[in-house]
Write a protein that binds this ligand. Structure first.
Ligand code: GLU
Ligand code: ZN
Length: 493
């Protein structure tokens, strides 16, 4: 069997976690089977579909590095892959169902439908959906009315009294009584546009989709779709409805839990590898104890039988952990390139276009100082701003170690002038550490008490990236100048 699956988003919003999970699972499934992965834009809802969301979709997947084999931008044998460009096809297939007596014209006005809804509400009726009013109209009569210009929709004529069955790769055998399926839903709207159901089924058939992997919220539409395949006389694809993605509180993942749109993750400084790795393992477990997977590895082990039935819980902390891991795998050069846009945006290099050559060199040199503890790329500018701009000199108390006083601190800083010079010229951390340890011993002060005032003077804060590396980047002269300024301020305090 030729494996073909698809991601079929409606461009009515930004790409979010749930969407890329569906896309990724389809991508991995196709890859694992040597099949093809297709992108199809389901933009039949003309009022809610917007070009900016299509652009967002392309940008997102470009950033993620996930590519489809066929799609609106790449083309393919089943083009066009945009439903709004396939309108004639849907009309043709709706007509086929009309001709076979599997669909019928409905002339009900929006007012009539609304009136039924209100009456049901008033009488607390549990009935929902269409009341099948026009199903009884004689087909020849209906054709005449339609031809005479009366507005109509086309509805599916669900065979009543039967049961629809299908197999779901995750949920097993599913049965649904036809009488309980959405009563005769609209296939073709009065403006001639198809509904989701018609376009989705027609396209999955025409595009020879073998497997439909989609979120579980679509499960209730599937019996209807299976009925439609039967009405057309087509074989339905295989189905796998993916478990919902929940927040830690067991509710559907939403803005309340944190970022959900991929743009937000991107702006925060997530790496695409981290997002892919984490999302691909949402609700799936492969090798015990293995967390880090490349896209190729994921494709190699993807297996529908390994997916969990239970809802997947989205754990932001775990995603952060992944991000840290992938950040640490980057070389200093790579990391610098990735962080550069964040630094520019934060104004790290002052006004003007970008970093000067020297600033760029400092920026790269600073990467080893932050890499080990970094969670998000956007933290970088704040963490290393002191390497680009003299920090403000903090208040005197900030400099004074516990159990010490202003006078001794000033004295330490004065002696520190020579110490920072030496430190800045040390070739590596180890030698710097040996040197400063000896200096602390000589003075009979704790190592921390010696380093703290130096750190505050040079970086402007008690908490900063490693001091020795910072001094080496700043150089002896600049380090001494900062110390001197701190000394001046403290002496005049
Ligand atoms: N257009 C639907 C969506 O927005 C597609 C559902 C499906 O995969 O059938 O998710
Ligand atoms: Zn009607």
């Amino acid at each position: 069997m030729n494996i073909r699956d698809r991601y079929a988003p409606s461009p009515t919003g930004l790409q979010h976690i749930g969407g890329i999970r569906t896309a990724l699972f389809n991508y991995l499934f196709a890859r694992s089977k040597g099949g093809r992965f297709i992108l199809r834009l389901e933009d039949t809802d003309r009022t809610r579909s917007e070009d900016c969301y299509v652009q967002n979709l392309y940008d997102t997947f470009d950033w993620l590095g996930v590519k489809w084999d066929e799609g609106p931008d790449t083309g393919g044998a089943f083009a066009p892959y945009i439903q709004s460009k396939r309108s004639d096809l849907y009309k043709k297939y709706a007509q086929k169902l009309l001709d076979k007596g599997q669909a019928y014209y409905c002339f009900c006005t929006a007012e009539r439908i609304e009136k039924i809804r209100q009456e049901r509400e008033a009488s607390h009726s549990s009935e929902t959906g269409y009341d099948r009013h026009c199903r009884a109209i004689d087909p020849q009569e209906a054709v005449k009315r339609a031809a005479a210009g009366e507005a109509y929709t086309v509805r599916l004529k669900i065979p009543l009294g039967e049961t629809t069955r299908f197999f779901d790769h995750l949920l097993g055998d599913i049965e649904w009584k036809n009488d309980d399926v959405n009563p005769d839903p609209v296939l073709l709207k009065s403006d001639g546009f198809p509904t989701y159901h018609l376009a989705n089924v027609v396209d999955d058939h025409l595009m020879e989709i073998s497997h439909v992997l989609r979120a579980q919220e679509w499960l209730s539409s599937t019996p209807l779709h299976v009925i439609m395949y039967k009405s057309f006389g087509w074989t339905p694809p295989e189905f796998c409805h993916l478990p919902m993605v929940m927040g830690q509180d067991g509710k559907k993942l939403s803005k309340r839990h944190g970022a959900t749109s991929i743009d937000e993750f991107r702006r925060q400084g997530y790496l695409p590898e981290a997002l892919i790795n984490y999302v691909a393992l949402l609700g799936a477990s492969y090798e015990e104890g293995k967390d880090i997977y490349t896209l190729d590895e994921l494709a190699a082990c993807f297996n529908l039988e390994k997916l969990n039935k239970a809802p997947a819980v989205f754990d932001y902390k775990k995603l952060e952990w992944y991000n840290g891991q992938y950040i640490r795998m980057k070389s200093d050069d790579e990391l610098a390139s990735l962080c550069l846009p964040f630094a520019k945006e934060a104004g790290l290099f002052c006004a003007g276009s970008g970093p000067t050559q020297q600033q760029r060199a400092v920026f790269t040199a600073a990467m080893p100082l932050v890499k080990e503890r970094l969670v998000f790329l956007n933290e970088v500018p704040g963490k290393i701003a002191y390497l680009f701009k003299e920090p403000e000199i903090p208040a005197a108390e900030e400099f004074i170690p516990k159990k010490s006083d202003l006078e001794s601190t000033i004295e330490l800083l004065r002696q520190g002038l020579e110490i920072v010079k030496q430190l800045a010229e040390m070739p590596d951390d180890e030698q710097a550490e040996n040197f400063i340890k000896a200096e602390a011993e000589k003075r009979n002060v704790k190592l921390g008490d010696l380093m703290m005032p130096l750190r505050v003077a040079v970086t402007g804060s008690r908490v900063s990236p490693p001091l020795f590396g910072s001094l080496r980047i700043l150089g002896a002269e600049c380090s001494q100048t900062r110390l001197q300024k701190a000394l001046d301020k403290l002496s005049s305090a």
